[in-house]
Structures are given as structure tokens and as C-alpha cells.
Design a protein around this ligand. Structure first.
Ligand code: FAD
Length: 392
């Protein structure tokens, strides 16, 4: 008998409680049975499988770390484990989930008034309402902290929003999109709950992406979009509050990178045991084993790092630089793992049906979103040297 194909080499699963392990296996089985059969088809079609939302509802894994509002209130570690399990099968689905449960619900959880939380979080937890998060703009990506061009102004009755957002995941169909805009009077960044039906709010799907094709990313145009004060996030008073949301979710993106690498490694290992050349499985060749061991060592280092990262988050020790270091390290290692996986599959490594090609493409999106390698490196660099190398 050949040894099992499992990307948890250091048995980190043994550190989970029985209940946590149960949730992990529930998500794993769900992803294998319900999602894996769908993803290549939808990836090819550049469409989102809406039936997935219905299927996700029964899992009760939305808003895992939040307290109240029907949320499970489990450790952040569990949120990471879930992100890994989802991304291990498909990174698009894990991005859809992360945007909804992390960025959108997280903004409301951290920056909303009690009333706003009561209105949105229970419905979002049950996935009766879906959320999106609009920070990036056509002209402003890495420089969002000081440079948002989307503006808001209170006209005595409503807030009036004008501008554009780019890359906003789920926004083509989300019931609510959190829009971050610069107040023309105070020059501070404020957050708004913008409802799908709000006049002046338009979305256009970004077509022909070469990665995360299942995720529906939008360009949003806001034209004199009027929002009542009751839909302004009451506790978002400056970009610092936006940054708090990003700090909380960036750890989850590092876990996604781990899931992406794990999915590619496990597919590659399986393939090399089956594929024969020169009359022997290619897994028996030393050079192929070298690739597999490099992949596994990267993966194991990533896993142990994010495990500790989440422990720190649960102990309230997490800083921006901790989350940024994990995002940088894991996304670099992920890129190495997926490219080696693609290599050991030979020509089949570029065919969608063998899964690895999808991981290779999707890894490129993880690499850039929630802060590029450069930006997250500068956050760590500033913390360890005391010098800010950002231009502004
Ligand atoms: P730019 O900021 O233009 O950067 C270009 C290059 O310049 C990068 O290599 C960058 O690292 C480098 N650079 C920039 N500044 C510096 C500097 N000071 N020093 C050194 N190098 C620098 N955003 C949302 O708000 N909501 C979403 O749901 C969302 N989903 C996304 C999904 C996908 C698939 C993608 C690709 C992006 C998504 N984003 C989303 C946006 C994402 O966060 C940005 O793409 C990212 O922050 C980088 O911004 P940019 O693409 O404009 O690149």
C-alpha cells in the first residue's frame, strides 16, 4: 500500500479539539462532495455557482470568530482552518466566502452601531444577505490609506457618494457593499452600507480575468449616490478603522495561500504516484521526489506559521506586521509550491481538468490582493527598523 496523500505532515490537526476537528472534516467533506465537481466548469464559464450559497447555509461556518448575532464565536484559528479547507479545493470559493464573512461582516462587526449589527449580521450569518467590500479604486490600489478618490459629503439630509471602485468581489450580486470614501469636509475616510438597490450605485462585471474566474469582481460607479446617516458605519471615523478590518482578515488570506498550496501539493503527489514513465511511477524518480519534498517543506513551514499567527490573534497579540509577515511569506511560498506542482504534471499541468492549472492561476490573485508583497514587506520593514519607506 502506498502512503496516504495528506498535506498535514506535522499533524497540526492533532492540536485541534474534537469539536474543531469535526467542523474541519464537515467542511472538507462538503468541499470534496459538493464543490469540487463544479469548480472547473464554472471557472471555464467565468460564472459564479449560485447554488453554492444554498449549500453553504447548512454548514454554519459564516462569521466564525464573532460574538453574538447568531455567529459561532469560535477561535480565529478555526476561521483559518476553514479558509485552508475551502481554498484547498478552490480559491475562488474561498475568496467569495472571505469577502462575505471576513471583509464585509467584519467591517460591520468592528465599525457598525448596535442597530446596524442587529440589522445585517444575523441575516449575513445565515447567508440570506451577501456582502462585498469596496476599498480599491481604478487609480488607487496600494495607496488607499491616504489617496482615496471616492468622496462623500453630507448635504444636510444625506451623505452623497461619488467615485469609482475596482476589483470588488461579490459586488455584482451582493445585497450590501461596504464603500469606503473620503469625507470632503473632514478629509477622513468613512464607511457606508450601500444597498444593491440604492440609486446612483452601478456595478459592471470585470471580464476576462486569468485568475479567480469564479469570483465576480466589479467596477462600481457611484454617481450622486445618496446614503442616509443611518447607513453610515457609525464607528468608522478614519482609515485606522478600515485598517483594523484589514488586520483581522489578512491572517485569513495567509491561510488561503496555505490552502492553495496544499491543494496543489496533494494533486501533484497523487498524480506522480499514478503517472508512469520509463515503466515506473514518476514518484519513484529522485528529481520528482526532490520537487515533492520542496513543496512539502514549504507547505509545512507555512502551516506552522499561520497556526501560530492565529493563536496570537486569539490571544489578542496580533499586530499589522505579524499579519503582513505571514501574508508575504505564505504567498511567496505558495507561488513556489504551485509552480513545482505544475512542473511535475508535465503537459497536464496546464490543463484545467487536472486542477493544478487553476491553482497556479488563482495563486496570482492571492499574491496581489489584501496588500501586495511590496506593501506588506514595507509594513514589516517599518515595524522592525522604525523607518517608514512608504512615500506618503
Ligand atoms: P498598485 O497599487 O498599482 O501596485 C502596482 C505595483 O506597484 C505592485 O507590485 C505594488 O506592490 C507596487 N507598489 C505600489 N506602491 C509601492 C511602494 N510604495 N513601494 C514599492 N512598491 C510599490 N479590493 C477591494 O477593495 N475589494 C475586493 O473585494 C478586492 N478583491 C480583489 C480581487 C482580485 C482578484 C484582485 C486582483 C484584487 C482585488 N482587490 C480588492 C484589490 C487589491 O487589494 C489590489 O489589487 C491590491 O491592493 C494592489 O493594488 P493595485 O492592483 O492597484 O496595484
Amino acid at each position: 500500500d502506498l502512503p496516504p496523500i495528506d498535506g498535514d505532515f506535522y499533524n497540526l490537526d492533532l492540536k485541534l479539539t474534537e469539536k474543531q476537528r469535526e467542523i474541519q472534516l464537515k467542511v472538507r467533506n462538503f468541499m470534496e462532495d459538493e464543490i469540487r465537481p463544479l469548480v472547473n466548469e464554472y471557472w471555464k464559464k467565468d460564472q459564479f455557482p449560485f447554488e453554492v450559497i444554498e449549500k453553504f447555509k447548512d454548514l454554519n461556518i459564516v462569521g466564525v470568530p464573532y460574538e453574538g448575532y447568531g455567529c459561532p464565536n469560535l477561535p480565529f484559528l478555526m476561521e483559518g482552518i476553514i479558509a485552508q479547507e475551502i481554498a484547498r479545493v478552490d480559491v475562488s470559493i474561498s475568496t467569495f466566502f472571505g469577502v462575505h464573512s471576513g471583509l464585509a461582516m467584519g467591517s460591520i462587526y468592528l465599525c457598525g452601531s448596535e442597530e446596524q449589527k442587529q440589522e445585517w449580521l444575523p441575516q449575513m450569518q445565515k447567508m440570506e444577505k451577501i456582502g462585498a467590500f469596496g476599498l480599491t479604486e481604478p487609480n488607487v490600489g496600494s495607496g488607499v490609506a491616504g489617496g482615496l478618490e471616492t468622496t462623500c459629503k453630507f448635504d444636510g439630509e444625506n451623505w452623497v457618494l461619488n467615485g469609482q471602485k475596482k476589483w470588488i468581489g461579490n459586488a455584482t450580486f451582493a445585497d450590501v457593499t461596504i464603500i469606503w470614501a473620503r469625507d470632503l469636509d473632514s478629509n477622513q475616510v468613512k464607511g457606508f452600507l450601500v444597498r444593491k438597490e440604492n440609486p446612483g450605485f452601478k456595478t459592471e462585471k470585470i471580464k476576462d480575468k486569468m485568475a479567480l474566474r469564479i469570483v465576480q469582481n466589479a467596477i462600481i460607479t457611484l454617481t450622486d449616490c445618496k446614503i442616509p446617516e443611518s447607513d453610515r458605519l457609525q464607528n468608522a471615523n478614519s482609515f485606522k478603522d478600515t485598517a483594523n478590518v484589514l488586520r483581522m482578515t489578512r491572517a485569513g488570506v495567509a491561510w488561503q495561500a496555505v490552502g492553495c498550496a496544499r491543494g496543489a501539493y496533494e494533486s501533484a503527489l497523487k498524480y506522480t504516484k499514478k503517472r508512469e514513465q520509463f515503466g515506473r511511477p514518476i514518484a519513484s524518480f529522485q528529481l520528482i521526489q526532490n520537487h515533492l519534498v520542496e513543496m512539502l517543506s514549504n507547505l509545512t513551514a507555512m502551516q506552522t506559521l499561520v497556526f501560530r499567527l492565529s493563536e496570537m490573534q486569539d490571544q489578542d497579540l496580533l499586530t499589522d506586521e505579524h499579519a503582513s509577515l505571514a501574508k508575504v511569506y505564505c504567498s511567496m511560498r505558495m507561488r513556489d509550491v504551485v509552480s513545482r506542482a505544475r512542473e511535475v504534471l508535465g503537459g497536464n499541468g496546464i490543463l484545467l481538468e487536472y486542477d493544478v492549472a487553476r491553482f497556479v492561476a488563482d495563486a496570482e490573485a492571492i499574491y496581489s490582493y489584501e496588500g501586495t508583497k511590496e506593501i506588506n514587506s514595507l509594513i514589516v520593514g517599518r515595524a522592525i527598523t522604525g523607518y517608514s519607506a512608504f512615500v506618503s
